[in-house]
Design a protein around this ligand. Structure first.
Ligand SMILES: [Zn+2]
Length: 392
């Protein structure tokens, strides 16, 4: 056998080896839905039961969203991840969104939902696990002080803001399954009572949750779980989210009928993140056929939490103005709608053309850690790109 015949055989073996070694990720990227148009969703967490000043901020956000419409005439949509209850001083009981003290906030939320600028998602009954907080208060003065006058959960130590793991001591431990199921049943029932329908989308607080929690949500009708691209199930000895048990992609199936969406881009003006950063994320996601879900928090809009309402609104306004100018086919949507579009393969949203999907898949696989570099160096990716161009 001559060198000229050996070389192609060796190259084919190398290419086949690369494809085989990464087959799981390559197939997962092929199965991941490709969205046809740029999609921008600002996801704002932590609203709901709490200080009444939220009502004023929500009304101002509502007015800002309504000023920006996509090519179909639809106004910008902000998803609100909602907390349903807030503790009374000393945690001697709780006030829920149904209580008179929360009426202004609830009215602002419902008003925005009716006009299509707010899409509601469940964040949790509370942004913590009550018994965890009680236990932590025994030896932490700042937790005792917070419990005496609870207002903004953002002020709690980060690990104590996780609801679905017992972080009273670190590393955290799982809750008993029956307690998880009872807590999920309670929060889903209250959400349904407040908003006349059970939640379709959940955002796990601090993105720490378990398979058991997810199964309990799914059993009660939740269809979409917002994730950072993986599932973390505990807090480690330092209090950081840990115990990853799963990598997740858009459209992958979770427990029951639930599917995942990935939110791993950020828009937090309070942390100095400018609209330009979010616009770069939108461009990047669009190129990969993915929706751009931007994480933000109510704290950006509340002075009591260190935010600046006017500054955050100006940043939001700039974000939508430039996004609509730079992406004429930009669409606004809720995560619930994206979930339904993925499920049904809705041709209005989801690309079905195999050539178009192949082009996007090539862009995605080029970013796979190690595979992208190896496939480029071996000449496999350039060859596949050439093939895609010749057939487009
Ligand atoms: Zn939160």
């Amino acid at each position: 056998m001559t060198l000229l015949t050996l070389l192609p055989i060796a190259w084919l073996a190398l290419a086949a080896g690369l494809l085989f070694a990464w087959r799981g990720s390559l197939l997962a990227l092929w199965r991941e839905p490709v969205f046809k148009t740029p999609i921008l969703i600002v996801e704002s967490d932590d609203w709901g039961a709490g200080p009444p000043v939220q009502a004023e901020a929500l009304a101002a956000i509502d007015a800002c969203l309504e000023r920006h419409c996509d090519a179909t005439g639809r106004p910008a949509v902000m998803t609100l991840a909602l907390i349903l209850a807030t503790p009374k001083p000393g945690m001697v009981g709780f006030e829920t969104l149904m209580d008179a003290s929360q009426r202004a906030t609830l009215t602002a939320i419902r008003s925005g939902r009716e006009r299509g600028v707010f899409a509601l998602q469940l964040h949790g009954m509370l942004h913590f696990w009550p018994d965890t907080l009680r236990a932590a208060a025994l030896d932490r003065a700042e937790v005792r002080a917070w419990l005496a006058a609870p207002e903004l959960t953002e002020r709690l130590p980060s690990h104590l803001q996780s609801r679905w793991t017992d972080a009273s001591t670190l590393p955290s431990r799982p809750h008993a399954r029956e307690r998880v199921e009872a807590a999920v049943a309670e929060e889903v029932a209250l959400y349904a009572e407040v908003f006349a329908a059970p939640p379709e989308v959940v955002v796990p607080p601090t993105f720490v949750w378990t398979r058991e929690v997810e199964a309990a949500w799914a059993a009660r009708g939740v269809r979409v779980v917002i994730t950072p691209g993986h599932r973390l199930t505990c807090r480690d000895a330092s209090g950081d989210p840990a115990c990853q048990d799963k990598n997740l992609r858009n459209g992958e199936h979770g427990e029951g009928e639930a599917l995942y969406l990935v939110r791993d881009e950020y828009f937090e003006p309070l942390l100095g993140q400018r609209p330009e950063r979010a616009l770069e994320a939108l461009a990047r996601k669009t190129r990969l056929g993915r929706p751009c879900l931007l994480e933000t928090h109510r704290g950006n809009f509340l002075a009591a939490a260190g935010g600046d309402l006017d500054g955050a609104l100006a940043a939001l306004d700039t974000l939508y103005t430039i996004a609509l100018r730079s992406f004429p086919t930009l669409r606004f949507a809720s995560c619930a709608e994206l979930g339904r579009a993925i499920r049904s393969g809705d041709a209005l949203w989801i690309e079905r053309n195999k050539r178009a999907r192949f082009t996007i898949w090539l862009r995605r696989v080029a970013l796979l850690p190690r595979f992208g570099k190896a496939a480029r160096m071996a000449g496999l990716l350039p060859l596949l790109n050439l093939f895609a161009r010749c057939h487009s």
